[in-house]
Design a protein around this ligand. Structure first.
Ligand code: ATP
Length: 196
């Protein structure tokens, strides 16, 4: 199965682009949603998180205490790396299982904010980077989530730079209001179909 990774920095529009591929009947695995799911359901992972972040990482009803985890990792690179090293393999396993179920699709997409940072692009055949200027991305996220500029900047600073990811990616989609997005997606779809 041909696997395409789609990524982009905060507010770039990677989810928007992925949804256009879904309209073309291409299955999309949303890695961030999958991470939330495995953190809620994967018992081996839950035990590992409790062992590293304390029993208070989960509430008594079994739901994840996001505030606790966020407060521990927010300004601590080492603890964040530790969390990622526990969660990412579980997401990789979930992706493998999901791909196995998508037998009738011509190809599949993995949408992941940290496709390059987590090395999960190595599990994909090709990668697509969605780009937009920082100012436009800021405006989109401020409008969507009601975050402050400082909060968006701080999240952006924790990702590889857009320039670095463009160099690592096989394809780039510009979502900066200067080029229409749908024709760019259709062209990539045509190319991916020609690869199978
Ligand atoms: P994040 O990393 O924060 O999850 P993302 O890269 O997945 O963001 P989206 O959620 O797709 O980005 O887009 C961010 C916001 O910008 C959304 O509210 C989306 O509707 C809007 N947006 C994205 N692309 C465009 C566009 N071309 N025109 C108008 N609005 C757009």
């Amino acid at each position: 199965m041909l696997k395409i990774g789609i990524t982009g920095n905060i507010g770039s529009g990677k989810t928007t682009v992925s949804k256009i591929f879904e309209v073309l009947e291409i299955p999309v695995f949303y890695a961030d949603n999958a991470a939330k799911k495995v953190m809620a359901e994967d018992t081996v992972l839950i035990a590992a998180i409790k062992s590293s972040f304390g029993a208070e990482a989960y509430f008594k009803d079994g739901t994840l205490n996001r505030k606790h985890i966020a407060s521990v990792v927010f300004n601590d690179e080492t603890r964040l790396a530790k969390l990622n090293s526990i969660v990412h393999p579980a997401v990789f396993r979930a992706f493998d299982t999901w791909v196995g179920q998508m037998k009738n699709a011509p190809y599949v997409i993995k949408e992941a904010a940290l496709l390059f940072e987590s090395s999960s692009y190595q599990m994909c055949d090709y990668s697509v980077m969605v780009t937009a200027p920082l100012e436009l991305r800021m405006q989109r996220v401020i409008q969507r989530d009601g975050l402050t500029r400082t909060e968006v900047e701080s999240r952006n600073a924790r990702q590889f730079s857009q320039e670095k990811k463009v160099q690592l990616a096989n394809y780039v989609i510009r979502n900066d209001d200067t080029e229409l997005v749908i024709p760019q997606v259709l062209e990539l779809h045509r190319q991916f179909l020609s690869l199978i």
